[in-house]
Ligand binder design. Structure first.
Ligand code: GLA
Length: 732
């Protein structure tokens, strides 16, 4: 059992392969957090707590004259607003009388086999009940109006602990949840670095490291989506930690909307971490008898450095978050029409491209934006999901049949959540868009956002999508979302429920994706939000891959994909070889380098096939053969970051290693060609020290490749890349 309860000390200890997490209900029934870190004896770690009289740190009433007991100082499992704890809080509730001060006390627990699920929300799941245990600790507010159930999922072998919180109103009046976060961890000792992943459209998930200061280091989004600007994933490390060694904690939020994550150091050098729905656009009206579930946060710990931490998330998210056929089935190599023809196409042009693509060995042809309604520019058409047969010159069935006749699958683009004012749907149902009465709405890319908190709106759009999918042979759907949300107001809800709209929107989005997922189990879904604006663990529950960025420049992608790799597996990273010079940056890179970079992802192409030069054709054909050959190694192998592109090394490298260490693929891109310089050396990782490996015909012991390193050939053209296959000698 991975969950222990010691009745004598009232401690709950959660154990995974490498980590241990502990809480204790103390003599006042306050649930204290006592330990999170390396696995060891399930000792009562509350001995580490110092009790002292601290000026201006108040004391709960029941401790009487004991001025050494203060919630302002004690490490807490789920801190609440108004309890005398002035640090960042996890829960703030407005009571029927308008007050917010709250205290929670321990009221009981339950331990169950298997992993809990959350209604309408994505969760990490166990394949079998034996793979996970669930602990539910119940706290009650001292005014006896509501319960707080703390959920813990312990996935011992995956090395993951998940958390969610359920607030249950058992009073006779409504309560208002003004803030209900999903997780909080208090560290009593130590300094910590927080590694976050910031960015903007076309520059997502850039790694940034800061020391958690006295004060607050926070990231978040109130854009209605997890956002390009900050990713709902971060890593906390000891200042000494590196890629290969040191204490690292991961915090990942399985949610695609507004989020808040912060680290804060207090007056006593203690550090608090919290993560959950951003309170800015949130106020949930909880009626008597109702329950509210927070989204899940997934936490991991290792003493083996940041790369090992990433590998925990890679395994868990690939196998126990992504679902459906494409969790394991090989995904087809695709050609997407966007960067080739944008919206300027007809059926004939698409078929010409598809013919070229089939010739190259491409397996799936994706028709991107521009096929529906009145859509030749991005100012109109969204909302009208019927095929523009005049533009295509045929119907969708005919087009998809022609593409299948070429031996390829067919895919299509949608942006279901948005609407242009210049659309039939808007002319008919202008109140279906998120808008505040009496105020003109903020537009983004000339479009508004549909009110997905409304079931009737979702049903209409889902029906339209299903009609399109049922009218032709379609194996792939790209689900896009191209703006930040504003003007959060739903025409159907009363004023006291308007604070629920942003979260209801995300619940609506998940509801719709779930329906689509269940109705079309063989459909490959790719998430997208102007590239990587909603690249989060919540979306991965529905879409096993997400277009990583609208920036397809191979060199910029090195940073973007590097940052993404901290929290997400390679199999989820949408990556394509695109035209050169690059459409976004004008940069010129070798075709092989573009493939090397796109192979660290789902792999596909996004270029005008009519512009492919004759000498490039066999190169592309070989790339596709090679990608398929290495598919399992890339998607299922252990991923190692060997250098950081942020350090601007002469050569930037990464590596995929088969779990049994019999094979590896080393990928390197030359970022500089320093004249008259020595060859670049890269030290490999994850090999077996004692095995002999063949690299380009030479035999090397694994220890030599890892300690001495491998000398990369001199680059002869700018941004040249190398894909070096390493295989155990005498392997069957
Ligand atoms: C977004 C996507 C692109 C493309 C366009 C179409 O920007 O990220 O890949 O689909 O929309 O409008």
């Amino acid at each position: 059992m991975a969950i222990l309860f010691n009745e004598t000390t009232s401690t709950f200890t959660l154990l995974t392969k490498q980590s241990m997490y502990q809480m204790k209900a103390d003599k006042y029934d306050v649930l204290l957090h006592t330990y999170y870190g390396k696995k060891g004896a399930a000792y009562d770690y509350s001995y580490l707590i110092t009790y002292a009289d601290h000026g201006f740190s108040g004391n709960p009433y029941e401790v009487g004259d004991d001025r050494t007991y203060s919630l302002d100082v004690l490490p807490q499992e789920y801190p609440v607003y108004g309890s005398g704890d002035y640090r960042p809080t996890a829960l703030k509730i407005r009571y029927p009388d308008g007050s917010c001060a709250c205290e929670l006390r321990y009221a009981g627990y339950q331990i169950k086999k298997g992993k809990y699920a959350l209604p309408g929300l994505p969760t990490v799941y166990a394949e079998e009940d034996s793979q996970a245990d669930t602990l539910v600790i119940t706290l009650e507010d001292t005014r006896k109006l509501f319960f707080v159930h703390l959920y813990y999922g312990v996935l011992e072998d995956l090395d993951l602990i998940t958390r969610s919180v359920c607030i249950e109103n058992h009073s006779e009046s409504p309560l208002y949840l003004e803030q209900a976060l999903s997780t909080c961890v208090d560290f009593q000792h130590g300094d910590y670095h927080i590694h976050t992943f910031y960015g903007r459209h076309m520059k997502e998930r850039t790694q940034q490291t800061n020391l958690i200061p006295h004060g607050i280091q926070s990231i978040g989004s109130s854009r209605g989506a997890s956002s390009h600007q900050h990713n709902p994933f971060f890593v906390l490390t000891s200042p000494q930690a590196t890629e290969d060694v040191g204490d690292c904690y991961g915090f990942s939020f399985l949610y695609s909307g507004d989020f808040l994550a912060l680290g804060s150091k207090d007056q006593f050098e203690q550090t608090r971490i919290v993560m959950g729905i951003h309170p800015d656009n949130f106020c949930w009206h909880l009626e008597p008898g109702e329950r509210f579930y927070t989204p899940e946060a997934a936490m991991a710990y290792t003493a083996q450095g940041m790369n090992a931490l990433s590998q925990i998330y890679h395994r868990a998210y690939r196998h126990n978050l992504c679902r459906g056929k494409f969790k394991t089935a090989r995904r087809p190599v695709l050609l997407n029409s966007w960067e080739s023809v944008y919206m300027n196409f007809d059926g004939k042009k698409l078929i010409e491209m598809a013919k070229d693509a089939a010739d190259l060995g491409i397996e799936l042809f994706v028709m991107d934006d521009g096929w529906f309604g009145k859509r030749d520019l991005d100012v109109s058409g969204l909302g009208d999901w019927y095929v523009n047969e005049n533009k295509l010159g045929c119907n969708l069935r005919e087009l998809s049949d022609e593409i299948h006749a070429l031996g390829m699958q067919f895919g299509i683009w949608f942006e279901p959540e948005c609407i242009n004012e210049d659309s039939d749907l808007y002319r008919k149902h202008s109140d279906w868009a998120l808008k505040v009465p009496g105020k003109t709405p903020v537009r983004g890319r000339c479009q508004l956002v549909l009110d997905f908190s409304r079931e009737d709106v979702r049903e209409h759009i889902l029906n339209q999508i299903c009609q399109v999918l049922d009218s032709a042979r379609i194996e792939y759907l790209k689900w896009d979302f191209n703006r930040s949300i504003s003007d959060i107001y739903s025409a159907l809800l009363p004023p006291e429920k308007q604070g629920e709209v942003a979260h209801r929107y995300i619940l609506g989005l998940y509801d719709m994706l779930e329906k689509l997922f269940c109705r079309y189990p063989d459909l490959l879904l790719e998430g997208c939000s102007g590239g990587g604006g909603r690249f989060d663990a919540g979306m991965l529950y529905y879409t096993p891959q997400i277009w990583c960025s609208d920036n397809t420049d191979a060199i910029d992608r090195l940073s973007i994909q590097y940052g993404t790799s901290f929290g997400y597996p390679i199999s989820t990273v949408g990556a394509h070889v695109s035209q050169c010079p690059n459409e976004q940056t004008g940069r010129i890179t070798p075709l092989e380098t573009r493939a090397t970079v796109a192979m660290a992802g789902t792999f596909g192409y996004e270029l005008d096939t009519s512009e492919i030069k004759p000498e490039e054709k066999p190169i592309i054909q070989n790339q596709i053969v090679e990608f398929k050959k290495y598919y399992d190694l890339i998607q299922d192998g252990l991923y190692y970051r060997l250098t950081s592109p942020e350090d601007l090394p002469a050569c930037h490298g990464w590596e995929f290693v088969k779990e049994d260490k019999s094979e590896a693929l080393l990928c390197v891109v030359a970022l500089q060609i320093p004249p008259n310089a020595s060859r670049c050396r890269i030290q490999l990782k994850g090999l077996d020290e004692n095995k002999i490996y063949l690299v380009e015909g030479e035999a090397y012991p694994g220890s030599v490749l890892m300690n001495g390193g491998y000398l990369i050939p001199h680059a002869t053209v700018e941004y040249e890349s190398f894909r070096i296959h390493i295989v155990e000698k005498n392997r069957d």
